[in-house]
Design a protein around this ligand. Sequence first.
Ligand SMILES: Cc1ncc(C[n+]2csc(CCOP(=O)(O)OP(=O)(O)O)c2C)c(N)n1
Ligand SMILES: [Mg+2]
Length: 557
Amino acid sequence: MTNEAGPRVYDVLARAFIQEGVSTCFALMGDANMNWAARLAQQGCRMVYVRHEHCAVASAMAYARKTADVGVATVTCGPGLTQLITALPAAVRAHLPLVVFAGEAPLKSSWYNQGIDQAPIIKATGADYHPLHLPERMPIGIRDAFVQARRERRPVVVGIPFDLQDRAWEGPETLPTPSRELLPRPSPIPPHPDDVKRAAELVAAAQRPVIFAGLGAVEAKAGPACRALAAKIGALLTTTLPARGLFHDDLYSIGITGSFSTEVGLELVAEADLVIAVGASLAYHAGGGGQLYRKAKTLQIDIDPRAVRQGQETARHHLRADARLGVEALTAALPARSTMWRTEAMAARIRDSKPDSQVFEVERGLLDPRDVVEALEHALPPDWELVNSSGHCSWFFAQMPSRPQERFLSIREFGAIGNGSSFAMGVAAARPDRTVVLFDGDGSLMMHIQELETMKRHGMNILIIVMNDGAYGSEVHKLRSEALPEAGSVFGRPDFAAIARGFGIEGKTFTSLDDVPKAVEAFAKSRGTAVWDFHVSDKVVSPTIRRAHPPGKRAKA
Ligand SMILES: Cc1ncc(C[n+]2csc(CCOP(=O)(O)OP(=O)(O)O)c2C)c(N)n1
Ligand SMILES: [Mg+2]
């Protein structure tokens, strides 16, 4: 493990990561990180060698979400590091703990071609950056980066000049105590009885309450408590997009509330007189920019309740507590009752409605994206991991009501396209025993198409479903609504089946849905990586775009 002349600094730094329990690292090598990365691999860490640094960090993000652990990535200095600035803001906003090992230009050189002031670039994204320049203290610096990433739930980049990495190790023999052993393990916070009393009065006065759960409810395992509260007080259940599926098999679940609401969900939440937000931070899109439940009072149950967020007033009523304990205390404080809101007729209305009933003319030989999703919803085995990406098509892909929360990943903070392939790789690395299904748009997949090679090389079980409208759908629909030329957003349909075969993986084009069940069956047997290209019409416009960009928007304005 060590060189003949004794360990070098990079040997010890690799050990410091292993000591932190790191078992997977997403990497792209260069002069400033490759010695360390090679040693890390040698010491038993599984390396996923991607083809673009952005994808290293984006994969680590999905890995962190899926494993509830720190995601780890490594990049070289300068141009390796500058590739990260689209991924990091999303990780910051999604509260994902990451540690990135970045090289820095050698300190001994008076000039270095790849040198750039790395700290301000990284800090501008909201991530933190620690230059580690004293070899003996570097293991502590790494441990502290893990402490910070876990505690603050954000990305921390450590920058280490590669000439220092190459020095003989002259520091202590033993490594510092790892972050896990140091961090406090606080028990869930119970609510204050006065707050419970006030919240109970609010709930007792409501006729049409809705319980709205976010990822905080998922983390606190508050799902069953929310269902019990809903049953006791006659409430409907809904979730944010990332928490979708938490109530997937409840008769009174209206799916997602936010930009991805279903038709009936929108109607119902607009009628609500109380929204009980559980472990949900009430981000801008979750409340439709303040448009979705205007009649409702809002009670937020959260360990960190807030009145204002992302430019919106979020909740006037607050119950500070762990999501599960808060909901349980509220349930205990209330009598059982029935409401007009939670009846058999309501359950039937929810069950029998389509996510979107608008009728569109679809050209011959093309598919309606809503039919594609319905066919896949029926055909894909329930234990496959689903990953949603970005773009116009992500509305359709989010409408798969039978899928439970723990089999669905969506990270959309910062709103970038091009992350789908990385997110799928992160999930595949976290769950190598499972099959991962990525739902992506043609434009988004093209943005990092090189990662098909990574998937193939690492033998990942990833089925990529492309909703191929031959366009940047989001842009086309917006441009059309303003009667502007659409040329820069319409490219025609790339031949993904041929592209996939070029990368040595299976590719298939679908212009009919009849073959879907058989194809799924065959893929379940063969596994591996494949791209399925669904040719969909660009005439079908999602409800979100229809609301925000109605035809003739400019003329009306
Ligand atoms: C990195 C980045 N570049 C550009 C955009 C603007 N943008 C948003 S959606 C979109 C179109 C994505 O096209 P595609 O993946 O085919 O999905 P579709 O909208 O067609 O369903 C674009 C270009 C963005 N969000 N992120
Ligand atoms: Mg598209």
